[in-house]
Design a binder for this molecule. Structure first.
Ligand SMILES: [Mn+2]
Length: 273
């Protein structure tokens, strides 16, 4: 199934949604591969009008390309190939995970078009390990691999409340526990173009229990939306929503929350059109 509000061909779209159900290195609860399809299903429960932004998805041209079917061994290479096809279009891409592992591959391709790219990450976890359980490319190393591509100064991390001492010392724009307050303080220093990576475990597990690695603490739904609204007049050229795992907890309330995050993100990104 497609997002019910997807009404546009690929070539005319302002926003292009692509599912990347990569779920290969989950170290705790596997199941994020089912994220994109549950987001689409739960979107059925979500109005196309946002009372937060006073805007409607119905006024936009949105294309939903469905999910990648992975095959062979080089899944990350496949992500780069498919992401490149989307990034070459006029529409702005939003990728639905899957694990956070997808983000470095997307960023490697995105940087070819946007050399001065900055990444803004909302997450409970640093994801700054150089290696985890023998894996260089996994959910726990995702932002370290992004730093390999963009440089440490070009990565901003908010809501972080889990990591090793070394990880906390690695991040140069790393803001613990909170999102809205630190982001409000630095947003005008963040250079554009911006790519936003939303790991939904940034939310409190009481708000969103259906994630692959739940972490106590965390922000409210409203704080996440208010943080996204700060990007309304910024040049956001791509984004992802990752780590929603419908197998980790009752999926529908969580999926509706994620589907609403997607709505707000789409409306924020398409704002400049
Ligand atoms: Mn995380």
């Amino acid at each position: 199934m497609s997002l019910y509000y997807a009404n546009s061909s690929l070539s005319d779209a302002q926003i292009i949604v692509l599912g990347l159900p990569y779920d290969r290195t989950s170290s705790f609860i596997p199941g994020s591969r089912f994220g994109p399809q549950y987001i689409r299903q739960c979107a059925e429960n979500i109005e196309d009008f946002s009372p937060y932004q006073n805007k409607s998805l119905g006024d936009l041209r949105i294309s939903d390309l469905g999910d990648i079917q992975f095959f062979g061994d080089d899944w990350l290479g496949q992500i780069e190939e498919e992401a490149a096809k989307v990034i070459s279009r006029d529409g702005l891409p939003i990728f639905l995970g899957g694990e956070h592992t997808i983000t470095p591959s997307i960023i490697r391709v995105t940087k070819k078009t946007y050399q001065d790219l900055t990444l803004v990450q909302f997450d409970a976890h640093c994801d700054l390990r150089d290696e985890y359980l023998g894996e260089k490319n996994c959910h726990a190393t995702a932002m370290r691999r992004v730093i390999d591509t963009l440089g440490v100064e070009k990565v901003y991390q908010f809501g972080i409340r889990s990591g090793t001492r070394e990880e906390f010392e690695t991040g140069k724009n790393l803001y613990k526990f909170e999102v809205l307050k630190p982001l409000s303080e630095v947003i005008n220093k963040i250079k554009t173009p911006i790519y936003i990576s939303i790991d939904v475990d940034v939310l409190n597990p009481a708000v969103l229990p259906a994630v692959s690695t739940p972490e106590p603490g965390g922000i409210s739904y409203r704080e996440l939306v208010d943080a996204l609204l700060l990007f309304q007049d910024k040049r956001v050229i791509g984004a992802d929503i990752v780590e929603y795992n419908p197998l980790a907890a009752p999926p529908y309330a969580s999926g509706s929350t994620v589907a609403e995050v997607l709505r707000e993100l789409i409306l924020v990104m398409a704002h400049r059109d």
